[in-house]
Design a protein around this ligand. Structure first.
Ligand SMILES: CC(C)(COP(=O)(O)OP(=O)(O)OC[C@H]1O[C@@H](n2cnc3c(N)ncnc32)[C@H](O)[C@@H]1OP(=O)(O)O)[C@@H](O)C(=O)NCCC(=O)NCCS
Length: 249
């Protein structure tokens, strides 16, 4: 692992990253006046995990390729996001959007964690051999995507925020809601002393949200070409996967 690169290490600027303030101002046009965005309370964790499954199952490309049942995804979500994510949840790094005009129905979420806590996850009990192999393929792809980060940085706890999952229900998409959830979580992380933030984006829409919040692509991998144990487990994914990164000055 490379030495800590410090504040001079910058992400390669690619695409059309813009200052956060400008982009958020642009998004005031979107009619989100009935949507309340707030840090999730710990007792809302289960609602967020259910929303995560609703939004990601069969939709988010990598999740769809891994192909778990909804029930298994919920188990994994509890283990991966809540297992070591409880301090992040309690510190206001999980955000939720609710629709006041829809009786407070959940509309979107951002789940964030300390990157160091995230990369040491345990596989939940009861995982089958086949599931373990699919999780291993997913983890290997993530490791390849993270390679420039691990080579250039040696993060201390509380230094790099990981955007673990960002989702907006289909009926609310395209109105700037994900961008607002992400911006809120990043601001909170900055207040807590985080100096960097990173995410993996598997779709153009997700990448654009991150660009609007000041992230730039640091590395890119094509899952369809990714080889794992002489197989191509993500052969059907057409989009590239981008490692997004930004400093939190
Ligand atoms: C990705 C996701 C969170 C975006 O939520 P959202 O609330 O619609 O996002 P926003 O409205 O804040 O911004 C979306 C941006 O992407 C753009 N966009 C949407 N589809 C796009 C596409 N196919 N190509 C390029 N840009 C696209 C929108 O135009 C918008 O940018 P703009 O404001 O510059 O016009 C939502 O689509 C989602 O939940 N998808 C399923 C789960 C998922 O993939 N999560 C991300 C995992 S990496």
């Amino acid at each position: 692992m490379g030495g800590f690169a410090g504040p001079t290490a910058r992400a390669e600027t690619e695409g059309h990253s813009q200052p956060l303030e400008t982009d958020l101002a642009m998004h005031d046009r979107t009619g989100l006046e009935n949507i309340a965005i707030a840090p999730a309370r710990p007792e809302e964790a289960e609602t967020i995990l259910e929303l995560f499954v609703d939004i990601f199952h069969n939709r988010e490309p990598l999740t769809a390729a891994v192909g778990f049942s909804r029930r298994r995804m919920l188990d994994l979500g509890r283990s991966v996001h809540l297992g070591r994510g409880r301090p992040a949840l309690e510190n206001g790094l999980w955000w939720m959007a609710r629709d006041a005009s829809g009786g407070g129905a959940p509309a979107g979420f951002a789940v964030c964690n300390d990157l160091l806590a995230e990369i040491h996850q345990e596989i939940p009990p009861g995982t089958t051999a086949d599931e373990t192999e699919r999780i291993a393929a997913f983890a290997a792809l993530q490791q390849e995507l993270h390679r420039p980060l691990t080579e250039r940085f040696d993060f201390a706890p509380g230094e790099c925020l990981h955007i673990s999952a960002l989702g907006v229900s289909p009926g609310y998409q395209g109105r700037g809601l994900a961008t607002r959830l992400l911006a809120a979580a990043v601001e909170r992380a900055r207040d807590l002393g985080f100096r960097y933030a990173t995410a993996e984006c598997t779709s153009p829409a997700s990448r654009r949200c991150h660009e609007k919040c000041g992230f730039a692509s640091m590395h890119r991998v094509w899952p369809c070409e990714f080889n794992f144990q002489c197989k191509r487990p993500f052969a059907d994914i057409k989009d590239d996967c981008n490692l997004m990164f930004r400093e939190l000055p």
